[in-house]
Design a protein around this ligand. Structure first.
Ligand code: HEM
Length: 227
C-alpha cells in the first residue's frame, strides 16, 4: 500500500521537532555545566593563592590572568551563544557590544597579569607553564588586534566573513593555550601544595570548562564557513 506524501508530512514534522528539542536541551545543558565548571576553576585558582604565602606578584598574576581569561574572555565567547542564559533575552547587536567590551577588558587584564609575572621571574620561559603562557599572551594580542579590525569593518555593509573567521580562530587559540597554561600551573606549584587529588580535580574542571567554551566558538566558526 502506498502512502501519500501528504499523509507522511505530520510524522516527519514530529520527528524534526523531537530532534530540535533534543539538540536545544543538549546545548542548554552544555551551557549550564560550562558555567559551573568556569566558576569552580576560577574559585580553585584564586582560593589557592589566597591560602598560602604567595608573593604579591604571584597573587596579582593569578587574579589578573584568571579574571581575564577564565572569567571575562570565556564569558565573552559564551555571550554570543544563543543558549547562554544571561544574554538570551538580548538582541544580537547588544550581545556584540557586550562581547567586544568583555574581550578588550579581559585581554588587557590577562596580558597585564602575564607581564607582571614575566618582570618578577629571574629566568624567563624555562618552565612549560612559562612557555605556554607566553604563547597564550601572543595569541591574545593578535586576537585583540583582529577583534579591533573586525569592529572597524563592522561599520561597512559588505563586511567579509573572513575577518570574523580569523578573529574566531585566533580567539579560540588564545583561550585554549591559556587553559593549557592554567592546567600546567595546577600541575606544578598547586600539586605540591594542595596534593594530587585536588590538582587532578582542578585540571579536569579546567578541561571541561575549555571544551564547553570552545563548543560555543566552534559552532559559530563552522556556521560561518558552511553557510
Ligand atoms: C590562565 C592562567 C595563566 C596564564 C596565562 C599564566 C601565564 C604565565 C606567564 C606568561 C608567566 C611568565 C613566565 C616566565 O617569565 O617564565 C607565568 C609564570 C608563573 N605562573 Fe602563571 N599563568 C596563569 C595562571 C597561573 C596560576 C593559576 C598559577 C598558580 C597556580 C601560576 C603560577 C605561576 C608561577 C609560579 C610562575 C613563575 C614560574 C614559571 O614560569 O612557571 N600561573 N605564568
Amino acid at each position: 500500500m502506498t502512502v501519500s506524501n501528504e499523509n507522511r508530512l505530520p510524522e516527519n514534522v514530529g520527528q524534526n521537532n523531537i530532534d530540535q528539542s533534543l539538540s536545544t536541551f543538549l546545548m542548554n545543558l552544555t551551557n549550564t555545566l560550562t558555567q559551573f565548571f568556569l566558576g569552580a576553576v576560577a574559585f580553585s585558582a584564586i582560593y589557592f593563592v589566597n591560602i598560602f604565602q604567595a608573593s604579591s606578584s604571584l597573587k596579582q598574576h593569578v587574579y589578573l590572568c584568571v579574571t581575564g581569561y577564565i572569567i571575562l574572555m570565556s564569558q565573552a565567547i559564551l555571550s554570543l551563544n544563543p543558549y547562554t542564559s544571561w544574554t538570551k533575552t538580548l538582541k544580537h547587536a547588544d550581545k556584540k557590544i557586550i562581547h567586544w567590551v568583555m574581550q578588550i577588558t579581559g585581554s588587557v587584564l590577562a596580558i597585564a597579569g602575564s607581564i607582571i609575572r614575566i618582570i618578577d621571574v629571574q629566568t624567563n620561559f624555562t618552565t612549560a607553564h612559562g612557555i605556554v603562557g607566553l604563547v597564550a599572551m601572543i595569541f591574545t594580542f593578535f586576537s585583540l588586534v583582529s577583534g579591533l579590525v573586525n569592529l572597524i569593518y563592522m561599520q561597512f555593509r559588505n563586511h567579509i566573513n573572513l575577518t570574523k573567521i580569523v578573529h574566531s580562530v585566533l580567539g579560540s587559540l588564545a583561550i585554549s593555550t591559556a587553559y593549557i597554561c592554567l592546567c600546567l600551573g595546577f600541575h606544578d606549584l598547586y600539586r605540591n601544595i594542595f596534593g594530587d587529588k585536588n590538582a587532578n580535580i582542578s585540571i579536569v574542571l579546567a578541561a571541561f570548562a575549555l571544551i564547553g567554551t570552545l563548543t560555543s566558538a566552534c559552532t559559530n566558526i563552522f556556521r560561518r564557513i558552511f553557510s
